[in-house]
Design a protein around this ligand. Structure first.
Ligand code: ZN
Length: 184
């Protein structure tokens, strides 16, 4: 019989810039750890937290768990990214980028752990990622455009890297209000 809490998850608090967990290298999960109900509940909680923060994606260290888990929200109804096209809801365990396109493009990024700031980052326009589904099945994703950017941003979190570390031109750093005002 299904428990009343099955699949419910709980709202998770976001670690902010300066919290050491954002700078640690996250640990990979074993199949046993992934199958553990506690891990599955954590993944449910990542999903349950998406609407609260209206972010494109999350990495487990942002929720104080230094493990290799990322969650990407489908962007259809995301007010933060109205014109970026649609990307599929994605849960990836132990993701690794196997291929980067030579083509690089600059885009503006933000992060719920670097609250209220936006800046320009250059990323590969297409990547190939290997990892596991939340059921532990191997999966390969060929991503391009905004999906590829979000995957690179979230996988960076698993290595203690934030978008501000990748900024080449710090003069593009802006508060959300001024970013919206001046379209930097
Ligand atoms: Zn982030």
């Amino acid at each position: 019989m299904a428990d009343v809490f099955d699949g419910a998850g709980s709202l998770l608090k976001v670690a902010q810039l300066g919290n050491p967990i954002l700078r640690q290298i996250a640990q990979p999960l074993t199949q046993e750890e992934l199958a553990d109900p506690k891990t599955q509940f954590f993944i449910d909680s990542m999903i349950a937290s998406m609407p609260e923060y209206s972010a494109a994606g999350f990495a487990a260290p942002q929720f104080h768990l230094s493990k290799k888990i990322i969650a990407i929200e489908g962007t259809e109804n995301n007010p933060r990214y109205p014109e970026r096209g649609s990307i599929p809801k994605t849960i990836l365990i132990n993701p690794e980028i196997k291929k980067f396109s030579d083509e690089i493009k600059a885009g503006t990024e933000g992060c719920i752990s670097v609250k209220g700031l936006w800046g320009e980052v250059k990323r590969s326009t297409a990547i190939t990622v290997e990892g596991w589904t939340r059921e532990g099945k191997e999966v390969t994703i060929d991503a391009e455009g905004f999906y590829a950017v979000v995957l690179q941003h979230e996988i960076d979190h698993l290595y203690g890297t934030l978008f501000i570390d990748r900024m080449e031109n710090m003069s593009t750093l802006a508060f959300t209000s001024e970013h919206n005002r001046f379209q930097i």
